[in-house]
Design a protein. Structure first.
Length: 341
């Protein structure tokens, strides 16, 4: 029997096959391009400038939030303290760096809503020269007096100040600090006056409050909590919008019954920013990371254990907060309570 080999016929490619192959090739190409693009920032470690000395609130928050942001970015975040000149040294070093998204800074009221108003030679506008990432946390303060001052409520304080003009004193970490602004704004709303005693920092002012050398201070909860628990100081009101679990019987400003404080609150906040004009992709990835990082379970637990309230705002919400706070601080300056050099 004759062995006949099989004939293999290759069909010419049809239009449909060519089209499908082209589409598949295009899809693969786009996938690789998108994957490559998604990884194009960051490709190296990011520097985070901390414009204060180690150990304070800015330092604490940065060292809790940055590791979580690092995980989300897939790159290390290197933190460097550059304190001095009311945070100006650190902020200026960030602004002088290349606008590529690899140099960030921690910002707070001092650098974003006070220095721009009290220092005519500051050289930056927070709403124009920053790429805002997120307002990470806030923390309420406590209106606190020494026990020698014969008041136990904010209404008592108003009556005492009016009956004893020039006798009430308050301390802060210096002229033009956030503590001076927050105290001046409260006094302005209450329609009373107190003598400002400026110190080199908040710590010595608080020590003198404990010693009775000054009458009044509005320190952060974390600063004053142990002294209140020991009965060494007297709390009058909480500056935030809700009561503190540490002081459940102390009213917020809005709960004091004082009409001028009905819709008023004040919180100290800490956030993150880069210089203006960084690449769009860098801004997007950084904003996403720093909005998500404070909400991570481990970070949230650590922040709340340190008496911080997680905010984790969007850049748009952050910008609205800055505008409102700048306007409030302008009104305090216009009242004459704080002198601009």
């Amino acid at each position: 029997m004759q062995d006949v080999g099989r004939a293999f016929v290759t069909k010419p490619p049809t239009f449909e096959r060519v089209g499908l192959r082209a589409v598949a090739a295009l899809a693969c190409g786009l996938a690789y391009a998108i994957a490559g693009h998604a990884q194009s920032f960051p490709t190296k470690p990011v520097l985070l400038v901390l414009p204060t000395a180690p150990g304070g609130p800015v330092d604490i928050v940065a060292r809790i939030v940055a590791p979580e942001a690092s995980k989300l970015l897939g790159q290390a975040i290197v933190m460097e303290n550059r304190p001095g000149a009311s945070q100006k040294i650190g902020i200026h070093s960030m602004l002088r760096a290349p606008r590529d998204g690899y140099t960030l800074a921690v910002i707070s009221p001092a650098s974003a809503t006070i220095n721009p108003l009290v220092d005519r030679n500051l050289g930056y506008d927070p709403l124009k020269d920053f790429t805002l990432l997120s307002q990470a946390v806030g923390h309420a303060a406590v209106v606190t007096v020494h026990p020698s001052v014969p008041v136990r409520t904010l209404q008592d304080l108003v009556a005492y100040a009016r009956a004893n003009p020039g006798k009430l004193t308050y301390g802060s970490g210096g002229n033009g600090t956030s503590l001076q602004f927050s105290t001046s704004e409260l006094l302005m709303r209450l329609g009373i006056a107190a003598v400002h005693v400026p110190y080199k920092s908040d710590g010595p002012a608080f020590n003198d409050l404990l010693g009775g050398q000054i009458s009044l201070m509005i320190p952060a909860m974390a600063t004053v909590k142990s002294a209140l628990e020991a009965g060494r100081l007297v709390p009058l009101a909480i500056s935030g919008t809700s009561r503190s679990p540490h002081l459940p019987n102390v009213p917020t400003y809005g709960e004091t019954g004082i009409v001028e404080l009905k819709d008023y609150s004040y919180r100290i906040w800490i956030g993150f920013a880069a210089g203006a004009g960084i690449p769009e992709e860098a801004a997007r990835r950084l904003q996403d990371a720093f909005m998500r990082a404070p909400r991570a379970p481990a970070a949230r637990r650590s922040l709340e254990a340190n008496d911080f309230e997680v905010i984790a705002s969007s850049p748009q919400e952050f910008a609205r907060e800055l505008r409102a706070e700048l306007e409030r601080n302008r009104r305090v300056i216009a009242s004459g309570a704080i002198k601009v050099e």
